[in-house]
Design a protein around this ligand. Sequence first.
Ligand code: KG4
Ligand code: ZN
Length: 341
Amino acid sequence: MLSISFETSCDETSVAVLDDDKVLSNIISSQSLHNVYGGVIPELASREHLKNISFITDKAIKKAGIKLQQIKLVGATSEPGLIGALFIGLNYAKSIAYSLNSCFIPVNHLHAHIYSTFLNEKKPNFPFIALIISGGHTLLIQVEDYFNHKLLGTTIDDAAGEAFDKVAKMLGFEYPGGPIIDKLATTGNEKFHRFPKPKIKDGKYNFSFSGIKTSVLYYLREINYINDKSNELVSDICASFQYAIIEYLIEVVIKAASDRSISNIVVSGGVSSNSYLRKKFRNLETRGYQIYYPTKIYSTDNAAMVGITAYYKYRYNLGKPKDLEKLFNATARPKSVFSEI
Ligand code: KG4
Ligand code: ZN
């Protein structure tokens, strides 16, 4: 069954075409206009989505080698995200579904990050613990079966990706800073400076990143840091910061997995494309854990993960065809992520 899917929750305009759970095309247009602002400007994001969505859709259909009329299923991110940005993709998708008289399935962006790992040849086995680490969210979820999710923990302040982006900004880099820190850290010394790792509170799996972030700020003040990209000090700071964050993430995930005797672990969301993180989590396999990541291209926001989630919702009868008239009257109103997870 051919499907088309849309992702416009933040600063990526992405459209994918899938045949069941196989990706035929996945076009991603990242909005670089936010880079100089140090973060995403919601109104600019909406306007960019609007400008690009038709073009990206045509490209995705062409690359997949299909005709729009063959599409039987339409999926789109409906929540959570920037309201104006969501609105563009959601209503564009609904219009296509309406014109084709095909099934429309709204998709939770965080569900899509979980099921991005099902785009892999080797799919995760249930039950698993899913760590979602993105620019907007940090969640730990126990997944018993398709769409049977139990929230174990979340961040009490910044998201993991946000911490990367804010530290990168302190170091003088543009948004998004995660990939820059990742790259610079490869030549740095992770033991150069010890940034404090937050403590896990008894029986809880919540996260906090503001302490690490603030300690980087104080450290930079203490050494009168001046941005000089050629300076090996920058690489050492990036490596030390990354070390603290990743050791901490692993500690919380392992606590949850061992408390619940679950050996399958899924790590997804933008930060899961971090090379050091992938290496460190992969090492856990020597301790009997099975680790699953999405392919790097499906770690950061993309429509293929929305497509596979829509397909599973349809296949497992969780996304009954919605009344399109009603959908047109409804506003995309993102609910709290907790309600759906
Ligand atoms: O999942 P995503 O594309 O968007 C959200 O749903 O938020 O995640 C974006 C986040 C940004 O904070 C970005 O800095 C971070 O993922 N990120 C990384 C890397 N690539 C992207 N963080 C660390 N290392 C990376 N290689
Ligand atoms: Zn995301």
